[in-house]
Write a protein of this length. Structure first.
Length: 59
């Protein structure tokens, strides 16, 4: 392979990887910002331990 073919293949893989990252890697949840959330693609962010969904309390 010539060096130009290698450069072309590497750039194509890079563009394809960036497109896949934009599609699947940076999904934003409504109402939550990704900055400082402490979570990533494989781990869920930590939740408040004393949250009771049917307790009737707010906040």
């Amino acid at each position: 392979m010539k060096t130009t073919e290698i450069i072309l293949l590497v750039s194509l893989f890079l563009v394809a990887g960036l497109m896949l990252y934009k599609k699947y890697g940076s999904k934003k949840q409504p109402g939550k910002s990704t900055a400082g959330s402490g979570g990533n693609l494989f781990h869920a962010p930590a939740k408040d331990d004393d949250y009771e969904p049917y307790s009737g309390r707010k906040g």
